[in-house]
Design a protein around this ligand. Structure first.
Ligand code: SAM
Ligand code: SF4
Length: 320
């Protein structure tokens, strides 16, 4: 919120590809989805044009996501292009970590400031099952490589799903006593076609906190400077924080600062909203920068204050 109590939309999540090398059970069907044709995917120049239009409207933070962002060919070039744009203070990346070992150093050098790694289990066998083929040890080496490359706080995103990985809540919380990695528990959200999302049930952040409290005192931290959606705590004896993102049990729409850009050039003002504003055709028809800015402004102005009921798109297509 600004000093007039107005919601500030300063954070743009950019999906750089809908493609992913994993097939997480809660995110995609086993065979993947119908990938976008290459020609439908925004070029780096097109992405930068949209970011340039968004900067004067208040956007100063970017997160690259996907699909798997590190599967997009030449991603470092995009990072460098974004890092050169005056007005962008922060470039973050959310990754499944499968290619982090090879890319950590160059990501840091190119201009990424922060990294979130999705890690839904600490048990290699289960990790492989959830991701349908992911290699836990490789991802862990990637996390360590990111740490060695100088990324300050590395955040580990855990989507907690009843009966799938909720028996690991305490193990994940205990990790913050041993490593400088912030663990963020995310309530599973029923996004995607119902035949996928109806199979899973979220665990409320409150239940997670109650269980973690059995490990020691859990102290609430004051909001971090970036005003993200996580409520942050610190477990007694831990160096790193624990975050809880309670999109299901406690909706935070009125303070949500995000806008999303899909890989095929649509602006979404809300993860749950089926409605989007198409910018790719504007760009490709040679529309002037003012027209692009108008589209971004429209997306910002259409951001709902309460959450729409359902989103039937795959999370990997929207960017998570
Ligand atoms: N592939 C990258 C990764 O997994 O980190 C980036 C894209 S992924 C869609 C972004 C985030 O969305 C991941 O942390 C993933 O766990 C999360 N996610 C996917 N489906 C979700 C769901 N239904 N509810 C909550 N989080 C979800
Ligand atoms: Fe891929 Fe990320 Fe979806 Fe898993 S959560 S399938 S890694 S996009």
């Amino acid at each position: 919120m600004d000093q007039n109590g107005k919601r500030v939309i300063n954070y743009l999540r950019i999906s750089v590809t809908d493609f992913c090398n994993y097939r997480c059970t809660y995110c995609m069907p086993p065979g993947g989805i119908q990938w976008l044709p290459r020609t439908d995917i925004l070029s780096f120049e097109e992405i930068c044009s949209i970011v340039n239009a968004a900067i004067p409207l208040g956007v100063d933070r970017i997160r690259l996501t996907g699909g798997e962002p590190l599967m997009r060919h030449g991603i470092m070039d995009l990072v460098k292009m974004l890092a050169r744009l005056p007005g962008i203070d922060d470039i973050a990346l959310t990754t499944n970590g499968s290619r982090l070992e090879e890319f950590a150093t160059v990501l840091r050098e190119s201009g990424v400031n922060r990294i979130n790694v999705s890690l839904d289990s600490l048990r290699p066998g289960r990790y492989c099952e959830i991701t349908r083929g992911g290699n836990f040890d490789k991802v862990w080496r990637g996390i360590e490589a990111a740490h060695s490359a100088g990324f300050g706080i590395i955040k580990l995103n855990v989507v907690v799903i009843k009966g799938i990985n909720d028996d690991e809540i305490e193990d994940f919380a205990a990790l913050t006593r041993k490593y400088p990695f912030e663990v963020r528990f995310i309530e599973y959200m029923p996004v995607g076609p119902t035949e996928l999302s109806n199979r899973f049930t979220h665990v409320s952040a409150e239940e997670m906190r109650n269980r973690i409290s059995a490990l020691g005192q859990l102290d609430k931290l004051s909001d971090d400077s970036h005003g993200g959606p996580a409520e942050r705590y610190k477990l007694q004896g831990a160096g790193a924080a624990l975050g809880f993102i309670s999109a299901m049990s406690h909706r935070f729409c009125s303070s949500c600062n995000r806008l999303r850009l899909t890989a095929d050039g649509r602006l979404l003002s809300c993860l749950f909203s089926g409605q989007s504003i198409e910018v790719k055709s504007l760009l490709r028809s040679g529309a002037p920068p003012e027209k692009i800015a108008e589209a971004v402004r429209l997306a910002i102005e259409s951001k709902p204050m309460v959450r729409p009921e359902r989103c039937s798109s795959f999370m990997s297509s929207i960017g998570g």
